[in-house]
Ligand binder design. Structure first.
Ligand code: KG4
Ligand code: ZN
Length: 344
């Protein structure tokens, strides 16, 4: 009979305290996510010290609940996996300390996971075999990256943002438009009633063939649109009608999606990919999912698109435990002096 491996995954890289138990990298036994949205909402973004304190409060209750919901005890767990990079150091350190403590106390191997690679795994988790080569577009609040996904353990970075991440641009534009945090879902909701062609916001492609991204220009363009070119004008947002706001949201979203899809298409051609993977918080955006789907279908031959299920787009520990299974099989374990790393 095949061996059953249960991995406890832990995630504290930003503003979600999460733990999950995943069997053999695929069967989700439990997934617990304690979101801190309410704590950061009034600041329009994540406040690192507040995030750190909230992780400390929640980490053990969240881990206990993950074990309870999986109907397991420490004896059923084969390894403890932790996303130790990249992220906010003061947030990462809470999960890393908890994971190291459990690994030591339970005498189970410790597995270190890259948070962005875990987002990539969330697009694969429900698919047994993927046709390689594959391009992965990972779009989150902290990162916007394209990878040549040779295998879950060996993604090669093709390009990434040189300034703001896509999710960060959504969050900042939402703040400009006086919409609640997190901005992505707020913008998407408002955009439903807007005309994506109403305002021509810039699409920054950088130099020809570049697979890097830049979203600071479009954020500034939205700011100018709302405050005037010299930034001296009154913020006009309060005077805009609901339709005008919806048009700004739809036009902004359209421009961001357009750049993400065009760059993914370039990457797909470059590595002759058969499959495209989409993961990260912004992957929850329906306009992006649809546009990427259309791009994949229109290629000759068409590409297979694998998108992370919505429940695993934003930060969670299922993706951490799932990816850790591959490291477990390859016997790639971390030492107890593992440290959090802000960058990857
Ligand atoms: O992956 P994630 O939970 O955290 C990071 O690793 O950064 O992503 C959070 C980001 C936020 O910027 C949020 O605004 C964005 O994902 N997001 C969305 C949507 N849902 C979440 N962006 C656009 N459309 C959405 N529906
Ligand atoms: Zn993330």
């Amino acid at each position: 009979m095949a061996e059953t491996i249960n991995i406890l995954g832990i995630e504290t890289s930003c503003d979600e305290t999460a733990a999950a138990v995943v069997q053999n990298g695929r069967v989700v036994k439990s997934s617990v996510v304690a979101s801190q949205i309410k704590l950061h909402e009034k600041y329009g973004g994540v406040v690192p010290e507040i995030a750190s304190r909230a992780h400390i409060e929640k980490i053990y209750p969240v881990i206990s609940e993950a074990l309870q919901r999986a109907n397991m005890t420490k004896d059923d767990i084969d390894a403890v996996a932790i996303a130790n990079q990249p992220g906010l150091t003061v947030a990462l350190v809470v999960g890393v300390t908890a994971a190291k403590t459990l690994s030591f106390m339970w005498q189970k191997p410790l597995i270190a996971i890259n948070h962005i690679h875990a987002h990539m795994q969330s697009a694969i988790i429900e698919n047994d075999n993927i046709d390689l080569p594959a391009v992965a577009l990972i779009v989150s609040g902290g990162h916007t990256s394209l990878y040549d996904c040779k295998s879950p353990l060996e993604p090669v970075l093709l390009g990434s943002t040189i300034d703001d991440a896509a999710g960060e641009a959504f969050d900042k534009v939402a703040t400009i438009l006086n919409m609640p945090y997190p901005g992505g879902p707020s913008i998407e909701k408002a955009a439903k009633d807007g005309d994506p062609k109403a305002i021509k916001f810039p699409r920054t492609m950088l130099k020809k063939g570049s697979l890097d991204f830049s979203f600071s220009g479009i954020k500034t363009a939205v700011l100018y649109h709302c405050k005037g070119q010299d930034m001296k004008g009154e913020n006009k947002v309060k005077t805009f009608s609901a339709q005008q706001i919806a048009d700004i949201a739809a036009s902004f979203q359209d421009a961001v999606v357009d750049v993400l899809v065009r760059k993914t298409q370039i990457a797909t051609k470059k590595i002759n990919a058969k499959t495209v993977l989409l993961g990260g918080g912004v992957a929850a955006n329906n306009a992006l999912r649809q546009a990427l789907g259309q791009m994949c279908e229109s290629q000759k031959p068409p590409k297979i698109l694998l998108v992370a299920p919505k429940k695993y787009c934003t930060d969670n520990a299922v993706m951490v435990a799932s990816l850790a299974y591959h490291k477990y099989k390859a016997k790639i374990f971390a030492a107890l002096d593992l440290e959090p790393k802000a960058a990857s």
